[in-house]
Write a protein that binds this ligand. Sequence first.
Ligand code: ADP
Ligand code: ADP
Length: 226
Amino acid sequence: MAQIVLDGIDKIYSGGVKAVDGLSLDVQDGEFMVLVGPSGCGKSTALRMIAGLEDISGGTLTIGEKVVNDLAPKDRDIAMVFQNYALYPHMTVEQNMAFGLQLRKTPKAEIKKRVGEAAKMLGLEPYLTRKPAALSGGQRQRVAMGRAIVREPQAFLMDEPLSNLDAKLRVSMRASLSQLHKRLGVTTIYVTHDQIEAMTLGDRVAVLRDGKLQQVNTPQYLFENP
Ligand code: ADP
Ligand code: ADP
C-alpha cells in the first residue's frame, strides 16, 4: 500500500517560477524517502505542498486513501520537523511537546503518557522543565522531533532537520534518526542537500533537479551507478 502518492505535482509561484514540475512519487507505507538535490531544485517546496503549507498548482496528492490537495495542514495527519526547530521560546520542553496534542483536544492523561514516552525515547527526560534557550542545538532538534512523535501521525516530513547542527552532532543525530525510524516505522519524507545523509538514511532516494524528478532508487543502486 502506497502511503503518500504525488501524481504530476506542479508548483508555480506567483512570480512565475516553476519550482516543482510534474513530480510523481510513490512513498510506501513505512518507507524512509529522501528528497535530495542542489539548493533551489524544489525540495522544500515539494515538502511544503505535502504538508499543506503551500498551495498545489497542479496534480494530485494522496495521503493514505485520501486526496488531500485542498485539506488544511491540521487535517492531513502528518507532522513536520523544520530546520530551525520552530519551538515556542516561552514554553518548556514538556509544554512544547504537549502543545499540538492540546490543540487537538487529546485527553490530559494521554498527553502525559505520550510526552513521557517520547522524552524517554529521545533522552529528553532531564530537560522537560527547561526552556529552549537553555538547550543545545541537538537537544532542541530532539524536542522538535518529540513534538512530531507524540502526534502519532501517519507520516513525518523533515526539512533539513540536521543542517543547523555541527558535524559531530549531525553524525550522532543521523544514527538516532535511523533508530527512531526502525522503532516507529512511520512513513517519512526527508529533505536534504547532503549526499551522505541521503545515502545513510534513505530506504530510497529521489533526486531532484530544476523541479523535476531525475531518478528514484535505493542508496545501493545510486552508489554503484553514480
Ligand atoms: P530547495 O528546497 O531545493 O532549496 P526551494 O523549494 O526552496 O528549493 O525553491 C525552489 C525554487 O522556487 C527556487 O527557484 C526558489 O527561489 C523558488 N521559491 C521558493 N520559495 C518561493 C517563494 N515563496 N516565492 C517565489 N519563489 C520561491
Ligand atoms: P531553503 O533553501 O532552506 O529552502 P531558502 O533560503 O531558499 O531556504 O528559503 C527561505 C524562505 O524564503 C522560504 O520560506 C522560501 O519559500 C522563501 N523563498 C525562497 N526563494 C524565494 C523567492 N525567490 N521569492 C520569495 N521567497 C522565496
